[in-house]
Design a protein around this ligand. Structure first.
Ligand code: RP5
Length: 352
């Protein structure tokens, strides 16, 4: 959680001191000039050839390993809108989700939450007000330290306002998301094999070994989720992954400085080897026609239960619960997190 979060008084709380920030230093017209900073998990072999090829390969790999979202905008067409009781999206039939399908009667509800309109540090200003002052935001590029590029490629900007690349949601404005256009997140999927008291790996009814992952229960809606969060302006994804896991699954914000340092050290070691399983759009219930969630999900797997499998879990920050959960196709999880886990199960040939 950070940018895009809308919890009163939370902006800036518990920010890391001396943490592993690294700042973007791409120029707006050369987003790929610092590819390692932008795509920190690109394999070395993928650097063969030019940088744009490396990016293309990474994205292609993520897509081929990753999500085949069954239906676009399931949660992002749901009403009432999150954190409201009465904001209802206008109805968008399945076949009218793509912008390419004409929908002359489309009248999306206009909603940006009062908390976002107050202008917390992680949020953009209102585009209308900026226009009056002659200021424009730079979309599809790095805008200062803010990454306004989409993982899915270039998105359309109509009259200075970005358009959701996955289609209509029944609601315009930013809802409770801070940024116009993509709101970037990162999701750490920490897994281990489920074991019995004899330390033997337990198999599911399909005869395949069962994987467990660290899940958190979100405070905002009580749903279980991967302990991911927003990428701060200028932050690299590796840092977001560590920070979010430490805050939500290890409660580091409530610890003394000495304990914080120990957690940071531990998580740094545990999160050494991650495998990217997804990079792209998220079917998040907060998405709107003009603001949407994107993420990079990495799997940190502990094959013998001696590293990440042993972390002491304690819910903190935006999480009210944390636990190891069996991976299974029957899980009900936040946003499109189930899709990322399916990829992880397939990757490890685990029970599903
Ligand atoms: C989801 O929202 C992402 O996949 C990530 O898990 C999460 C980030 O938002 P917050 O948890 O910070 O609200 O779309």
């Amino acid at each position: 959680m950070r940018e895009g979060r809308e919890l009163e008084g939370e902006a800036g709380k518990g920010r890391r001191e001396g943490g592993a920030f690294r700042y973007w230093y791409c120029t707006p017209n050369s987003v790929f000039s610092n590819i390692q900073s932008y795509f920190p998990f690109v394999q070395e072999t993928q650097y063969m050839g030019n940088k744009a090829t490396a990016v293309a390969k990474t994205v292609a790999t993520a897509q081929s390993n990753g999500i085949a979202m069954s239906k676009v905008h399931v949660k992002a067409r749901h009403s009432p809108y999150p954190r409201t009781e009465d904001v209802k999206r206008s109805t968008v039939p399945d076949d009218k989700v793509p912008w390419s399908v004409p929908f002359p009667d489309y009248k999306p509800v206009d909603y940006t939450s009062p908390g976002i309109l107050k202008g917390p540090v992680y949020a953009d200003a209102d585009i209308g007000q900026l226009k009056q002052k002659g200021i424009t935001l730079s979309f599809n590029t790095l805008d200062g330290k803010i990454n306004r590029c989409s993982h899915s490629g270039e998105y359309t900007v109509c009259d200075g306002i970005p358009r959701n690349p996955q289609g209509r949601t029944g609601l315009k404005g930013r809802g409770c998301l801070g940024r116009w256009g993509p709101n970037h997140a990162a999701d750490p999927i920490v897994t281990r094999w489920k074991r019995n008291e004899q330390n033997e790996v337990i198999k599911g009814s399909d005869g395949k070994p069962i994987l467990e992952f660290v899940s958190v229960q979100r405070k905002d809606n009580g749903q279980w989720a991967i302990p991911g969060g927003m990428v701060d302006a200028g932050e690299v994804i590796t840092a977001t992954l560590r920070r979010e896991f430490s805050e939500e699954a290890m409660n580091c914000l409530e610890k003394s400085q000495q304990e914080k340092d120990q957690i940071e050290e531990k998580v740094k070691k545990l999160f050494d080897n991650g495998v990217e399983v997804y990079r792209g759009y998220v079917d998040d219930p907060r998405n709107t026609d003009n603001a949407w969630m994107e993420t990079v999900a990495l799997n940190f797997h502990d094959p013998d239960g001696t590293s990440v499998g042993q972390v002491e879990l304690e819910a903190g920050d935006d999480a009210q619960g944390v636990k190891w959960t069996e991976l299974s196709g029957n899980l009900e999880l936040y946003a499109s997190h189930i899709d990322f886990l399916k990829t992880v199960a397939e990757r490890h040939n685990a029970s599903w």
